[in-house]
Design a protein around this ligand. Structure first.
Ligand code: GLY
Length: 353
């Protein structure tokens, strides 16, 4: 896979024109959703080299990460003179970078694109690593391609505009990166005050977090092995997300991942020897900042079924990424139904629901 340049920028006015210059193109397009068009485009609108870009705007939120929005982007690119040599800039959260990345991967068999993530979740996860795609047939990221952007520009300005819940949501992926990397990173992450943010410190932690993901993607771009480390917390997390969706409850992805981490660290403690004190410390942090996702034992069967349908599984066996310790990843782990119900009992008791 082609490598992706990641720039932690404190001055987009300096970094963006240079990034554009490094991607020779005939026409320039900027994709935003309605929210990032209103809130984030003004931050970069006056930067030389971007003023004359063609704008493509899609509706915001994950429910619009669909084939209709993708068709709209393809049509706009085609009707406004896009060619194989055009450049697309995706300005937005994970929904925009995923869908825009897939539009770029497929239009005229592939054009160059740049990601400017505007949420913490997109900065540390979605915009990095080349996974692109859309939701299809009611399934998340069902259709997509591995296709990295030429460059990811992570700018501090956008960090400062994040609301508390989106900050926590992105931070859960940082916590995951800490858990799969080393004790120093993990311990530092647990001392951060999400309700009293030190932005300078956050920026340096974001840079560290992105570097962890970058290294893993470099080793295994197509998720044949170690990239599965990035799925820690996601098997249970996706089940919580899907249950919430089915019940009409709104849950941000990172919150579901945080609750999924509690479950999967517990599973790690009983199946792969993850230290109980580190489970307790991580759980305490998550409980403090993320609260809990409440459900009762009547939902166990549904959660179990949701886990069996996760696309990371093979032959209907539930696949987990677990840890033997912080930084000691064990991929392709399985658990039987009784153990998964035990995990859900633990979660409810520990999180007080
Ligand atoms: N979000 C997990 C990955 O990029 O592999």
């Amino acid at each position: 896979m082609q490598t992706q340049k990641i720039i932690i920028s404190e001055d987009l006015g300096y970094n963006l024109p240079r990034a554009i210059e490094q991607c020779p193109h005939d026409r320039l397009f900027v994709l935003t959703d309605r929210t990032t068009h209103d809130k984030c485009w003004p931050v970069i609108a006056d930067i030389p080299g971007i003023q004359h870009a063609e704008h493509i705007i899609i509706e915001a939120t994950d429910e619009h990460k669909n084939i209709e929005a993708l068709t709209h982007v393809w049509s706009a690119l085609g009707q406004r003179g896009g060619t194989r040599h055009s450049l697309l800039i995706n300005l937005g959260g994970g929904m925009v970078t995923d869908l825009g990345g897939f539009a770029a991967a497929t239009f005229k068999r592939g054009i160059t694109y740049i990601n400017i993530p505007t949420t913490l979740l997109a900065m540390v996860d979605a915009a990095v690593g080349g996974k692109t795609g859309i939701n299809f047939n009611g399934l998340k990221n069902e259709v997509g391609a591995f296709c990295p952007s030429a460059c990811v520009l992570i700018d501090t300005e956008f960090l400062k505009t994040l609301d508390y819940h989106n900050l926590c949501s992105g931070y859960a992926e940082m916590l995951k990166h800490g858990l799969i990397s080393n004790n120093a990173n993990w311990a530092e992450l647990l001392t951060f005050e999400l309700d009293n943010v030190n932005y300078r410190r956050l920026l340096s932690m974001v840079a560290q977090s992105v570097a962890i993901k970058e290294q893993i993607v470099k080793e295994d771009p197509y998720e044949q092995g170690i990239r599965k480390a990035l799925n820690l917390g996601h098997t249970a997390g996706h089940a919580f997300e899907s249950l919430a969706l089915a019940e009409g409850r709104t849950v941000l992805h990172g919150y579901a991942v945080a609750w999924g981490l509690v479950c999967e660290l517990y599973l790690s403690s009983i199946l792969t020897g993850f230290p109980k004190d580190k489970l307790r410390q991580t759980l305490q942090f998550i409980k403090t900042y993320y609260g809990t996702f409440a459900f009762d034992c009547k939902s166990y069967e549904q959660l179990y079924q949701l886990m069996t349908h996760d696309k990371k599984n093979t032959s209907g066996i539930i696949n987990f990424t677990l840890l033997a310790d912080v930084g000691e990843v064990r991929i392709n782990q399985t658990a039987d139904k009784e153990t998964i119900f035990d995990m859900l009992d633990f979660y409810r008791e520990a999180m007080g629901c």
